[in-house]
Ligand binder design. Structure first.
Ligand SMILES: *Cc1c(COP(=O)(O)O)cnc(C)c1O
Length: 421
């Protein structure tokens, strides 16, 4: 059973100040989970999580993670600026981007971030733009098909992914980077998303560790860190078993001791770049049932829409829904729960069995804390919602105000209302 971290009474109180829809994040949950991750990898001296900023780009959320020891993984100029704003310094930032604009490379270099090159040709690009920094990372794409060792249910096709260096390119890449004066090297790979198996990281680690040994043998470059990136998933459906981060950490350690330690590489730091695992369960999208409709199917219309949370519309992703105050009621009504966009895919749930929903009921849409607000947009002139933080002491803090129509018109402000052609 999925239970929201807020009650109907709390939401009724909050909604007096901040009207729905809004996002609310659970500080306590975020902190406890971050500590669990850190603990699972505490066997590795240099371990660090670089939170994937794109999942939840809010400076207050970033501050929480920063105080738990996390760095930040950025993929764009503005994410770099956010990290700078919260006081992240130098190697507190990893910059993993692709099709990278010059300005983004320059900013990353200027901040002293660890730059993770997405492609062989970027070596030259960066060299000409800023020079090669002393610490540099390369993103690896082993090609072929990826399958986890233990459980057969995670498969992906790196050969069809746009990211990373090929095997031969990465070996040549380290050789060239060393020639150009780089002193500290890292390797990064992201081969499968939202995995629900304790075998994803260990399998990936095995591939990267063996490649690291090969790189050392062929080029003399000894990697300082290996970044397992993101991809550890969360159970969006209530009947799915969650990953066990402690087991994952332990299984990565086994690979480390089997492959890296015997090769004299027992000082390689392990980095992670998790987004979803760090935040998704600790964010709810709270909306109100504002309309009902009885045609060929039964519909409930919310005051939130796909512009607030796009995953169901674009991926058909399941997000669990709790009708607040009806947690224990029988799920004996079948609904399509929709937003108001003029798009028929604007449905948070299709044929979902839920308790009877009355107009005015608040619903909590679960697991929206990552890739939720951040993927929001303004289609149909819809405005982005507020983000709130539920503090450990039960108080609520506004961490982003809701957009107003003024925000929507902001990019026309240079015309001062004069739209004469
Ligand atoms: C998106 C992304 C992540 C985070 O992925 P999750 O699935 O949220 O863990 C990490 N690293 C890079 C480079 C990414 O693009």
């Amino acid at each position: 059973m999925k239970k929201p971290f807020v009650t109907k009474e709390q939401i009724e109180e909050i909604a007096k100040t901040y009207p729905t829809p809004f996002y609310v994040y659970d500080e306590k949950g975020i902190r406890e989970n971050a500590r669990k991750l850190k603990n699972a990898f505490s066997w590795n001296k240099g371990f660090r999580e670089y939170f994937a900023v794109k999942a939840t780009p809010n400076p207050f959320i970033m501050k929480i993670l920063q105080s738990e020891g996390c760095g930040f993984d950025c993929s764009s100029l503005t994410e770099l600026m956010l990290s700078d704003d919260v006081g992240a310094k130098q190697h507190d930032i990893m910059f993993s981007s692709n099709a990278t604009p010059d300005a983004d490379f320059r900013k990353a270099y200027e901040l002293g971030a660890i730059i993770n090159l997405d492609d062989f040709t970027h070596i030259d690009v960066l060299d000409k733009l800023t020079g090669i920094p002393e610490t540099i990372c390369c993103r690896y794409n082993p090609g072929g098909e990826f399958k986890t060792d233990g459980s057969p249910n995670v498969m992906d096709t790196p050969k069809d992914a746009k990211y990373g260096f090929t095997h031969d390119q990465i070996i040549e890449g380290y050789r060239i980077l060393k020639e150009k004066g780089a002193k500290k090297f890292g390797m990064h790979a992201f081969l499968a998303s939202n995995t629900l198996t304790n075998d994803y990281y260990p399998t990936l680690a095995g591939i990267l560790f063996r490649t690291a040994v090969e790189i050392k043998e062929k080029t003399g470059v000894q990697l300082s860190f290996i970044n397992l990136s993101g991809g550890v998933g969360i159970p969006y459906k209530p009947d799915q078993p969650a990953n066990d981060i402690e087991i994952i950490g332990e299984k990565v350690r086994e690979q480390y001791e089997k492959i890296l330690v015997p090769a004299g590489m027992g000082d390689v730091a392990i980095f992670t770049e998790l987004g979803r695992f760090m935040l998704a369960p600790y964010g709810l999208l709270i909306a109100k049932a504002i309309r009902e409709k009885h045609i060929y199917k039964e519909y409930i219309g919310l005051d939130a829409c796909a512009a607030n949370l796009m995953r169901p519309a674009i991926y058909g992703a399941y997000h669990h829904i709790t009708v607040l105050g009806k947690e224990d009621a029988a799920c004996d009504h079948k609904y399509d729960v929709t937003g108001g966009l003029c798009e028929n895919n604007d449905k948070f749930a299709v044929d979902r069995m839920l308790p009877k929903i009355d107009i005015g009921d608040y619903v909590a849409i679960h697991d929206a804390g990552a890739h939720g607000f951040s993927m929001g947009y303004n289609y149909n002139g819809k405005l982005r919602s507020a983000e709130l933080l539920l503090r450990a002491d039960g108080s609520v803090k506004l961490i982003r105000r809701a957009e107003t129509p003024d925000d929507y018109f902001r990019t026309f402000d240079v015309f001062n209302g004069n739209y004469e052609l």
